[in-house]
Design a protein around this ligand. Structure first.
Ligand SMILES: [Zn+2]
Ligand SMILES: [Zn+2]
Length: 64
């Protein structure tokens, strides 16, 4: 099982759910981050192991 998440690639480690993204948290709000003010990127998160994948990326783990 996977769900859509939105992440910052600037190094701050921000990760938002679809619900948070839809409610307006759609860009990095950490002034110390290289991507401050830039929009988050869409990823898929494995609900079993919490691995974050790019769209369409192959994923396999022991628990999912
Ligand atoms: Zn950031
Ligand atoms: Zn997994």
């Amino acid at each position: 099982m996977e769900k859509t998440v939105w992440v910052c690639e600037g190094g701050c480690g921000a990760k938002k759910t679809q619900e948070e993204y839809d409610s307006g948290k759609n860009k990095c709000g950490n002034p110390a981050c290289a991507n401050y003010g830039k929009p988050f990127e869409m990823r898929s998160e494995c609900l079993s192991c919490r691995a974050v994948m790019k769209e369409g990326e192959e994923h396999a783990c022991d628990t999912c």
